[in-house]
Structures are given as C-alpha cells and as structure tokens.
Design a binder for this molecule. Structure first.
Ligand SMILES: Cc1ncc(COP(=O)(O)O)c(C=O)c1O
Length: 439
C-alpha cells in the first residue's frame, strides 16, 4: 500500500468535557473532522459498500465483506477447484492452514512461525486445547474460568470437567469489567490444571491483564488458554512476549473472514511436542497418506489438525486477515481507541440524561473495540435501532453492544448511530443523521 497522506493531528477527545444535553457536535469535534484525520479511512473503500443509510456497528459479531474476498473465492472456484481439481491440494491447499496461520500469528498476534494454525470452529479449537492441557496436568483437579466468559467456553469446560472428573472454579467478575489478576491469584493453587479466560470480555469489552494472569498461572504450575475472539484484528496481543501457552479465536469478527469462517489456535512452541489434542483424525497424523494402522501424531502444529481443512472458508479468512495486516495492528488499535472514546463522549453528552450508561471500562487501556451501552430497555432499543438501519446487538440482560470495527467504522457512523438512538429515546423522528436514511 502507498504511504498514507499527511493528515492533521486528530483532536484529543479526552480533553473534552461531556456536557449533559447539547447538540451532538457541541463541545466535541465534528465527525467529519475526525474522519478527515483518520489514517485508516481509505480502508472503508476496500470493502463492499453497504446499502445507503445502513450503519453497521456489529463488526465485532460478523465483519463486513472485503472487496477482495469474492475475487479470491471466484479464483478458487473457477481456476483451482474448476480446473486443477484434486491437484490443487498439492499445489496450494494443503499448506493453507499453516500458511495463513503464520501470517495471522506473526503480524497480528505476536506469535512465532509455526505456532498458529487455522482449523475448525473456535468451539472445537477451544475443546482441543483445553482437553490437551488437562491431559498434561493429570493430578490437578481444578479449572479456573469466570462466570461471564463466553457461553461456548463455559459449556465446553463443563463437558470436559464432567468427562474427566475435574472441577470448575468460577471467578465472579464485575459485570462492567472482567476478571482481574487478583481474582485469579485468590483462587489458584497447586491443584489448578488450567486457567482459561477471554482476553476481551464479549459484553463489557474489558481487556483482561493477559500478562499478569498468565504469569500468575505459571507461578502456580498451571497452563493458560486465552480466547482471543474479540482481540484478534482489534488490538496487539503479544502471545510469545507474554509466554502465553495456548490461545484460540474467531476470524469472522474483526478479521472480516465471513460467516462461519474457520478459527485459529495457537500453541507455544515449547509445548507442542508434549501436547496431544483429542480428535485424532487423519489430517493430524504423521504421513497422512500412508493410511497406516494406528494414530501417530504429526509433529508440530500439524498434529493439532483433525480433518480436511475448509478451503473455501480459509480463502475468505485469508482475504480478511491480509487487509488487517496491511493496515497494521498498531494503527488499528489507535483508531479503535479513538472510536470507542468518541462513542463514550457522545453517550455522555447526548444519552446519559436519557438513562443510558456506559457499561465498558472508561480507561482506554482496559477497553477493547466495542462499547456496551446499558439501559433497562436495551432489548427494545436495540430492536428499534435495527429497524432504523443501525445494526447493533443486544446482550442479556441490559446491554446494547456497539462494535466499532476500525477498518470499516467511521466517526460519522458512530455519531449518526447515536443520534438515531437519541431520536428513539426522545421520541423524535430525525433525521439528525448526516447519512441519509435508507429509502
Ligand atoms: C469469545 C467467543 N468465543 C467463541 C465464540 C464462538 O465460537 P464459534 O465460532 O465456535 O461459534 C464467540 C462467538 O461470538 C466468542 O465471542
């Protein structure tokens, strides 16, 4: 990509007071000003345009369609599957899980080559790594996680605990934050096999202290498994630097890999030789085409695979991952912080007096790339926002989540979405947006 043009310094939102009830832009920089100063703004044109009037603040659930994805998929279908047929496995497809994993790991997760691979769904990757971790801590009966962790993680752990005679110790975090290192330290012991948490809380966006919690787990002799679903492509993670053991995450959220795109898993290099995942399929076997009797795990991360890689999904994941790599994770994080800061400033200025609270950490260093708005009628408000062409989601019991995906969300989107929420709360019917409503 060409060097970005010189841009004016972005205004500092933190210096601005948050008056109770003022027109949207009073006291705050205009969204146009913020967009003009956004070094990543050109990336919006690298995605398929949305229908007029639609604002997508749900890229933390399902990222948008990169313009390159249909091109790559068409090439895969027509030239590779269509013309090369089974030869394409040897020519390109077999290497995809590790190749795409390496790019994701190196540029976006801080992971050395051959420690990240694309495989299966996040749920299955999580199951494989949690089971592998328990197997190498056979005499330790406890698993630590938190009660507000993402449901699939909790359910998989319950299943593993039931199947392997282990017990889950549940941390109860502050719902508007997340589990803290002290909470982990309070319950960990030499009976703990595994500590597993989400890096960014799916409701509050709280960023757990990955470095300290990992160190606390290691001090007690436990392994640590992080769910990076809401971090990957949104903020730097530093997996190797922080000596993380195991990690998993989605590629369909901030990485824009598409619906049901395959997940990734990470295993620290030093652990790979001693870990055995539980789904012994032929793709994880040494010399898979030998078709010999008995399972013999392939060395390295290949041994973490089970069945045939999902080449269509992997191709779409790679297109999204490449866009994030091109933008750079530090630039992505910088924009993410500014977007969430702006959403919070507007909420304070325009919505607080109508009963909307910010349910995400106010400290930007502890906040991921979405903002939780708390209101007793959140479910109904989220529905009305969707009816007004603002895609958000509702999370039990009272949270509207605004996912601010740095490659696709503009400051104008944030401003206009919150103005539509203001209109709903005050019973007015706009348009106070700068984006024309959908016809
Ligand atoms: C933190 C977290 N983990 C896991 C998942 C889901 O994984 P899967 O792709 O297996 O449905 C999600 C989905 O939103 C998630 O937010």
């Amino acid at each position: 990509m060409a060097d970005p043009p010189d841009l004016p310094d972005p205004p500092d939102l933190r210096d601005l007071a948050a008056p109770a009830e003022l027109p949207a832009s009073a006291g705050l920089p205009s969204p146009a000003e913020l967009d003009a100063a956004d070094p990543l703004r050109a990336f919006q044109d690298r995605f398929r345009p949305l229908p007029p009037g639609l604002i997508n603040l749900d890229g933390n659930s399902l990222g948008q369609l990169p313009a390159d994805t249909p091109v790559r998929i068409a090439h895969l279908l027509e030239r590779e599957w269509g013309e090369r047929l089974i030869r394409a496995w040897e020519e390109r497809w077999t290497e995809l899980p590790l190749q795409v994993g390496d790019r994701l790991g190196e540029h976006l997760l801080g992971a050395a080559p051959r420690t990240t691979v694309i495989a299966d769904s996040t749920t299955v990757c999580f199951y494989k790594l949690a089971a592998a971790a328990l197997q190498v801590r056979p005499d330790r009966p406890e698993i630590i996680t938190d009660s507000s962790n993402f449901p699939t993680d909790r359910y998989v752990l319950e299943g593993l605990a039931a199947a392997h005679g282990r017990r889950i110790t549940w941390i109860e975090p502050d719902p508007q934050a997340g589990p803290t290192p002290d909470q982990v330290a309070d319950v960990i012991s030499d009976r703990t096999a595994l500590v597993t948490l989400s890096h960014v809380d799916y409701r509050s966006a709280h960023i757990a202290d990955l470095e300290r919690i990992t160190a606390t787990a290691h001090d007690a002799g436990a392994l640590v498994l992080w769910d990076l679903s809401h971090s990957a492509g949104a903020l730097p993670v530093g997996l190797d630097d922080h000596h993380v053991d195991l990690a998993v995450g989605c590629t369909y959220k901030y990485l824009n890999g598409g619906p049901g795109a395959p997940a990734f898993l990470y295993v620290r290099e030093a652990l790979q030789a001693g870990l055995r995942q539980p789904i012994w399929g032929w793709w994880g076997r040494r010399d898979r085409f030998g078709m010999a009797a008995g399972y013999d795990a392939a060395p390295g991360l290949t041994g973490m695979l089970s069945g045939t890689p999902p080449v269509l999904g992997l191709t779409a994941s790679a297109a999204g991952i490449d866009l994030s790599i091109e933008a750079g994770i530090d630039a992505i994080r910088a924009k993410s912080t500014r977007l969430t800061e702006y959403a919070i400033a507007l909420t304070d200025a325009r919505l607080a007096s109508h009963g909307v609270d910010v349910g995400s950490p106010r400290d930007p260093d502890r906040r991921g790339s979405h903002v939780a708005l708390v209101h007793p009628r959140a479910r109904d408000l989220a529905r009305q926002l969707i009816d007004r062409e603002v895609l958000v989601d509702f999370r039990e019991p009272d949270v509207i989540r605004l996912g601010l995906s740095p490659l696709t969300t503009s400051f104008t989107h944030v401003h206009d979405a919150l103005e539509r929420l203001h209109d709903i709360l005050t019973g007015t019917h706009g348009p106070s947006s700068t984006i024309a409503p959908a016809p």
